[in-house]
Design a protein around this ligand. Structure first.
Ligand code: PA5
Length: 475
């Protein structure tokens, strides 16, 4: 990948096509040019807010493409070692500590990676365990050999019950099997100063990577949270960071017409203000299917807030829904086309897929089938993408397309950085704290109380004193 070459970089630029958000194309449900112009000032203010706060407080993520040179070298060397020594690599984490690694794995590795013969994979078999379903943990243990496995425990807070539970289970198995050597099988990715994992890492001398200050879970894919798993898979993490830096440069203008992340933010903000409370993320590529999951967390957890920065009540946010083209054309698209006018659909479209599959000629006496012969599956998926966008527009449904020339490390870095900026701009327009998650913390605290964590006695009492469930509401 030639990401150091300027022409190549420009050939990989993501673009946003929002024709089908506009009245001219979809009728009254669309925006007028004048309405977009009226947003200029608010857009410029959001741009300034993000520019002024870059690298500060919880906006440390903006600098990740630039400030990790040494860490990246350490990650690459560690990953090389992991690939040499281990047959399996397992990420233990949840939320922002898992969704990025899963999305990047799915986007950039073979779609049946773990089923490939070792000679056809660049790294060990790869699993991300982001739940505490006991059946899933048991299933993992059925398919890996712990003594041939490297476990990457990822938790910024070092307190998350799910991740620390997984750690306890795995550490117990490793210690019983390997004694003191167990610690060689664990890599910790966590906060440098706070939390339990850093204490354990020091006590047991785990190889450790730090999640920098100012980088919250859902904004952490471009730090060691995502870079180490990606490097273990043999992916080019320097190209990912270069893609993010490139998008940062592209978005360095306070104008909707020239900054794609700002354009997406404004379009979504305007749509939300007009009652479009559902945001559908619909990639037309299996490789990007789980990128939609990562986006859904980023968008939901960042924008779903009930108070503005100056303390005024608000209940803002948009419910993100993941959908897959073409698969969901045969299920959800019916709703998107004819159901309530409460959605904006974002398509992720790919210019060049990594493979081409020819559709052979055949069934010559069946015109409804034989017309497919001689085309490629690539042409078919592109046509279906175009047709769905058009059909939605024809039905007056707003949609826009983020176009990726290819899916590779560089364009993925661009895409993730674009979504992060879009989220930060939108949060600034709503004047909310984009980077906190009190709703998620509330659930974490109730769990601690239910399981008897010291310090949560009052919470436990609150739960015990809550009205008991009534039989009449059970069927
Ligand atoms: O975005 C977030 O902050 C959350 O989704 C966290 O990533 C998630 O709750 C896991 O937290 P931690 O990394 O502290 O275990």
């Amino acid at each position: 990948m030639n990401f150091r070459n300027k022409d190549w970089r420009n050939s990989m630029r993501l673009t946003v096509d929002y024709n089908y958000m506009m009245k001219k194309f979809i009728g009254d449900g669309g925006f007028k040019d004048s309405e977009l112009s009226e947003m200029k000032e608010m857009a410029a203010d959001a741009f300034d807010y993000v520019a002024d706060n870059r690298g500060k407080a919880m906006m440390g993520w903006t600098e990740l493409p630039y400030n990790q040179k040494e860490i990246v070298e350490d990650i690459i060397a560690t990953a090389k070692d992991v690939r040499r020594k281990y047959k399996y690599f397992v990420v233990l984490g949840i939320g922002g500590s898992a969704l990025g690694p899963i999305a990047v794995f799915n986007a950039l590795c073979h779609l049946h990676y773990n089923d490939l013969a070792p000679s056809k994979r660049k790294g060990p078999k790869f699993y991300v365990e982001d739940n505490v379903d006991p059946e899933r943990m048991a299933a993992l243990l059925d398919v890996i050999e712990p003594e041939k496995t490297c476990f990457n425990v990822i938790t910024k807070s070092g307190a998350t019950s799910e991740t620390m539970t997984q750690y306890l289970v795995i550490n117990d198995i490793l210690t019983k099997a390997l004694g003191e050597k167990a610690s060689e099988h664990i890599i910790a990715t966590t906060d440098e100063k706070k939390g339990n994992l850093i204490k354990l890492a020091k006590q047991y001398n785990y190889k450790t990577f730090y999640i920098p200050d100012g980088v919250g879970g859902r904004f952490s894919e471009l730090c060691p949270v995502g870079l180490l798993p990606a490097a273990v898979l043999g992916l080019d993490i320097k190209a990912m960071l270069a893609g993010a830096a490139y998008m940062d440069g592209v978005c360095n203008k306070p104008s909707i017409a020239r900054n794609p992340a700002l354009a997406c933010a404004v379009l979504q903000y305007m749509a939300m203000k007009r009652g479009k409370n559902v945001g559908v993320m619909m990639p037309y590529a299996d490789s990007l299917k789980l990128m939609a999951d990562w986006y859904c967390q980023l968008w939901a957890e960042s924008l779903g807030k009930n108070v503005t920065l100056d303390g005024k009540p608000c209940n803002v946010g948009q419910t993100p829904v993941k959908s897959l083209g073409v698969t969901d054309q045969h299920s959800q698209v019916q709703l998107y086309t004819e159901g309530p006018f409460d959605k904006v659909v974002t398509f992720l479209s790919v210019g060049k897929y990594r493979k081409e599959v020819m559709i052979p000629h055949g069934c010559e006496d069946i015109p409804d089938v034989c017309f497919l012969g001689g085309h490629t599956m690539n042409e078919l998926i592109a046509a279906e993408n175009k047709a769905t966008a058009y059909a939605l527009a024809k039905a007056g449904r707003q949609n826009y397309t983020i176009w990726l020339p290819e899916v590779n490390e560089f364009t993925l870095g661009e895409l993730m950085y674009l979504f992060e900026l879009q989220t930060a701009y939108t949060g600034a327009m709503f004047n909310i704290d984009t980077f906190n998650q009190p709703g998620v913390e509330a659930g974490k605290q109730a769990t601690y109380a239910l399981l008897g964590k010291p310090g949560y006695e009052a919470k436990k009492k609150e739960l015990d004193d809550a009205p008991a469930a009534e039989e009449k509401y059970r069927v």
